[in-house]
Design a protein around this ligand. Structure first.
Ligand code: ADP
Ligand code: ADP
Length: 223
C-alpha cells in the first residue's frame, strides 16, 4: 500500500478532530478526500506527513510508519499544505533551489530539476519574479513545483484549488493530472466537481469519521 491509515484519532482538548479513521491507497491511485470545512481533512494530512502526532492509531506512507520513521516517509511524500508558507521575498527559482536543497538535491541535478519543474508547472514567464509579486494561481503553482521537486511517489495535496478562479482551477487540475502520473495522489477538497474531474475514488469524511469510501462509479450508481 502507498498509504495505510489505521484507526487514526486526534483529540484537541475536548474535541475529536478525527475519530477512528481508516483507509488505504494503492500505488497509482488518485483519490479525493472530500468533506466540509472542519471535517478533519487537514488534520489527517498533517499526521500523514509527520507534522502532527496522532493521539492513537497508525499512519504508513510508502511502507514507512510515519511516527517511527518520519524522515524516509517524508522523502516519499510531496506535501502541499492548505496554507503554504511561501517566502514572498524570494525569487521563484531561488525559492525552488532552496527547497530542493532541503531534500538533499545539489549541483547540476538540483539545477536541472528546478528547470524541469519550472517548465512543467508553467512558471517560465514568472521565474525571475519574486513570489510576492505573483498571482494566487501562480503562487499555487510554485507550491506544487516545490512539492514535486524530489520526485516523491506519493502526493498529499490539501485543498490545492481552494480560493482560485475557474480558469486557474482548470490549470491546477491539469498540472495535478500531469504530475500525478504513476504516483499515488490524495487530495482534499470540499467540492464534489473537483473529485469528479480528477479521481478514481472518493473518501468522504465528516465530523472526523469516514462516512463513505467508494469508486466514483459506485457513488454515481447509488445516487
Ligand atoms: P478540515 O481540513 O476538514 O477543514 P481540520 O482538520 O482543519 O478540518 O479540522 C478538524 C477539526 O479540528 C475542526 O473542528 C478544527 O476546528 C479542529 N482543529 C484543527 N486544528 C486544531 C487545533 N490546532 N486546535 C484545536 N482544534 C483544532
Ligand atoms: P489548516 O486547515 O490548513 O490547518 P486552518 O486555517 O484551519 O488551516 O488552521 C490554521 C492553524 O490553526 C492550523 O495550525 C490549525 O491547526 C490551527 N487551528 C485550526 N482550528 C483551530 C481551533 N479550533 N483551535 C485552535 N487552533 C486551530
Amino acid at each position: 500500500m502507498s498509504i495505510q491509515v489505521t484507526n487514526l484519532t486526534k483529540v484537541y482538548g475536548a474535541q475529536r478532530a478525527i475519530d477512528g479513521i481508516s483507509f488505504t491507497l494503492r500505488p497509482g491511485e488518485i483519490v479525493g478526500f472530500l468533506g466540509p470545512n472542519g471535517a478533519g481533512k487537514s488534520t489527517t494530512m498533517k499526521i500523514l506527513t509527520g507534522y502532527l502526532k496522532a493521539s492513537s492509531g497508525s499512519a504508513q506512507v510508502a511502507d514507512f510508519d510515519v511516527a517511527e520513521q518520519p524522515m524516509p516517509a517524508r522523502r516519499s511524500i510531496g506535501y502541499l499544505p492548505e496554507h503554504n508558507p511561501l517566502y514572498l521575498d524570494m525569487y521563484v527559482r531561488e525559492f525552488l533551489q532552496f527547497s530542493g536543497k532541503l531534500y538533499g538535491l545539489s549541483g547540476d541535478s538540483l539545477k536541472s530539476r528546478v528547470d524541469e519543474m519550472v517548465r512543467m508547472c508553467g512558471l517560465e514567464s514568472e521565474k525571475h519574479k519574486k513570489i510576492g509579486q505573483l498571482s494566487k494561481g501562480y503562487r499555487q503553482r510554485v507550491g506544487l513545483a516545490q512539492s514535486f521537486l524530489h520526485d516523491p511517489s506519493v502526493l498529499i495535496l490539501d485543498e490545492p484549488t481552494t480560493g482560485l478562479d475557474p480558469n486557474q482551477i482548470l490549470e491546477i487540475r491539469d498540472l495535478i493530472r500531469t504530475a500525478g502520473k504513476n504516483k499515488t495522489v490524495l487530495f482534499s477538497t470540499h467540492i464534489m466537481q473537483e473529485v469528479e474531474a480528477l479521481c478514481d475514488r472518493v473518501i468522504i469524511i465528516n465530523k472526523g469519521k469516514v462516512v463513505s469510501d467508494s469508486s466514483l462509479q459506485t457513488l454515481r450508481e447509488s445516487g
